[in-house]
Design a protein around this ligand. Structure first.
Ligand SMILES: [Zn+2]
Length: 286
């Protein structure tokens, strides 16, 4: 995740108790009564260890009973505690970017940070439910840790990256031939554990190829912009710097980890590129 989110202001233990109470009249009342204490302990553990898959231990739910928990998420009754107090609230997130990758757009799905298939008891835990774009979700699937047992994905509620630009890009000459971009993790990002986690996260969601396509298009657009500007007025290096600075600032209002901000911050740091935009041959722009 590149954009941190506020932890939900939801009392997950209280909601879990309500869900258990609501099951008291249902088909699985005996099952939920028997599992209630263990379930609440798991909810508490999740919060204590910040959902870290390295420390969560195996699920308490057997395969034959996993559907009983997963159905609470997939088919909640309209007045159920999990729908009213968790699912409806998390779905009203109002985001216009994906917290996992930073790409623009309304994240339409909720991802279970710890997958519901592996950890059914966290199916309706608010802190385990994260808005995410379809592409990221398709890459993340049910992965949690590497073969060495290391956590793969940033947790948007617990891994704080506020105001830290995680990805840095570099546009490499020759500038006339489109973009050759190097994308990497910001070396100033500390501590090193967090930097390594960011590396695993971005590798697993396939950020390189996704950014590359975006950069190619964005680079063509900025060349077109200055090519057109130069047909109607004389512009110099300062004009280019001012314009790109404004674009960068605008993007930072969304997040320093929005794709636009990563792009414009790479342009503004690149003096040869700025000079090229001010006075170089932009003729390849169609
Ligand atoms: Zn995404």
């Amino acid at each position: 995740m590149v954009i941190s989110l506020n932890e939900p202001a939801i009392d997950d233990v209280a909601v879990t108790r309500q869900v258990i109470l609501q099951r008291a009249g249902g088909r699985n009342r005996g099952f939920f009564a028997a599992v209630s204490d263990a379930w609440i302990r798991r909810v508490q553990l999740y919060m204590d260890i910040f959902g870290n898959p390295e420390h969560i231990g195996p699920s308490i739910v057997t395969d034959e009973n996993s559907g009983k928990f997963i159905n609470l998420y997939l088919s909640p009754k309209i007045d159920s505690a999990q729908k009213v107090e968790v699912l409806d609230i998390i779905r009203q997130h109002g985001l216009d970017y994906c917290p996992s990758c930073g790409e623009d757009g309304y994240p339409r799905t909720l991802d279970h940070y710890l997958p519901k298939e592996k950890f059914p008891e966290f199916s309706i835990l608010s802190r385990n439910l994260v808005p995410m774009c379809d592409t990221c979700q398709g890459e993340k699937l049910s992965k949690t840790v590497t073969d060495d047992g290391e956590k793969i994905f940033l947790h948007p509620y617990y891994d704080r990256l506020d105001n830290i630009q995680v990805l840095v890009a570099q546009i490499i000459p020759p500038f006339t031939s489109g973009t050759i971009t190097r994308l990497g993790i910001n070396h100033d990002l500390q501590p090193v554990d967090l930097r390594q986690l960011c590396g695993r996260h971005f590798q697993e969601i396939g950020i390189d190829s996704r950014y590359d396509r975006y950069f190619q298009q964005q680079y063509l657009r900025i060349k077109k912009l200055f090519a057109q500007a130069r047909t109607v007025a004389n512009i110099d290096l300062n004009d280019v710097i001012n314009d790109v600075s404004q674009f960068k600032r605008m993007a930072s209002f969304k997040s320093v980890n929005s794709w636009d901000h990563v792009f414009y911050s790479s342009v503004i740091k690149n003096t040869p590129l700025l000079q090229y935009l001010a006075s170089g041959d932009l003729a390849i722009v169609g």
